[in-house]
Design a protein around this ligand. Structure first.
Ligand SMILES: Nc1nc2c(ncn2[C@@H]2O[C@H](COP(=O)(O)OP(=O)(O)OP(=O)(O)O)[C@@H](O)[C@H]2O)c(=O)[nH]1
Ligand SMILES: [Mg+2]
Length: 277
């Protein structure tokens, strides 16, 4: 099934984003450290145009640290860009963010920092509002473990002359690369009603069987990982009690188990994309 998810509220959010760019000094683009390439929304580059941008590799606690650092080096080479890392294990401080923003803004327009507005943007469910709360050191924005929680812009004062704007998560009209689209779905970016979770879990199971069989063996006590995807579903179902009456895996329940184990980090840290050499 082809994955595509661009509801009306995202189109509206992109228009609202365009409106605030003129009063914005720099953009904070939040990426998923597990899929930095697929989580990079091409619309955002065209909206921010020449503005400097800070890329934050978020949810780094769920990704392979060496690969995340390689991505950081890769993005740091882009003109007008600084790349920072954030995760539950090592939260980014307000001071580090402000320092990076000051350096970038100074380079591009020599601003006096009398009033600086930074806009936080990125794909849905990547952790934009959580980052806002973290930087503010209190809960100012609603967060949730599902895409499209934030529905409108929210502007807050970071300190005397610095403002932050949280924005709704946005995808783009056509997810041309379907492998990327599936990686977005696996990481929880696409609303569950817009995808078939058994399809997404199947994609994940095949990927894990091919590239990370030992993680599956550890988590699901497998003696042998030289098995077909269907057998993997059956073995998970047996272990976790998601069998159909009469035997065999309840595909939907088992798909949820596998996806939840992956998304929560219980299967380990995964980087599904590496930077180009
Ligand atoms: N493991 C981990 N989870 C995170 C991190 N940051 C955010 N989350 C979780 O990711 C989920 C989404 O967080 P939000 O901050 O609501 O994401 P958002 O980008 O604002 O989402 P939308 O408003 O829907 O676009 C929540 O369950 C957060 O707890 C992180 O660094 N590590
Ligand atoms: Mg949000």
């Amino acid at each position: 099934m082809a994955i595509s998810w661009y509801p009306g509220h995202m189109h509206k959010a992109s228009k609202e984003l365009v409106k605030i760019m003129r009063e914005t000094q720099a953009v904070i683009e939040v990426l998923d450290a597990r899929i930095p390439e697929s989580s990079c929304n091409p619309l955002l580059a065209s909206i921010r145009e020449q503005l400097p941008y800070i890329r934050i590799l978020n949810k780094a606690d769920l990704a392979d640290p060496d690969i995340t650092h390689a991505w950081q080096k890769h993005f740091d080479k882009e003109a007008n860009c600084a790349c920072l890392i954030n995760g539950r294990d090592k939260p980014l401080s307000k001071a580090s963010l402000v320092q990076a923003a000051k350096r970038l803004i100074k380079k591009t327009d020599g601003s006096k920092f009398s009033k600086v507005q930074l806009v936080i943007e990125g794909i849905p469910n990547v952790g934009k509002s959580s980052l806002l709360n973290q930087l503010m050191d209190r809960k100012v924005a609603r967060t949730g473990n599902e895409p499209a929680v934030t529905r409108g812009q929210q502007r807050v004062k970071l300190d005397d002359s610095w403002y932050l704007i949280d924005t709704p998560g946005m995808l783009w009209p056509k997810l041309a690369d379907q492998d990327s689209a599936y990686r977005l779905a696996v990481t929880g970016t696409i609303r569950s009603t817009a995808v078939q979770s058994d399809d997404v879990a199947w994609f994940l199971a095949e990927l894990l069987l091919e590239k990370y069989p030992s993680r599956l063996a550890d988590r699901y006590r497998l003696n042998n990982t030289n098995i077909k995807t269907e057998e993997l579903f059956d073995l998970i179902a047996k272990l976790r009690g998601s069998l159909r009456r009469g035997g065999g895996a309840d595909i939907n329940k088992t798909a949820e188990i596998l996806l939840n184990d992956f998304r929560s980090g219980k299967l380990g840290k995964f980087s599904l994309e590496t930077p180009p050499q």
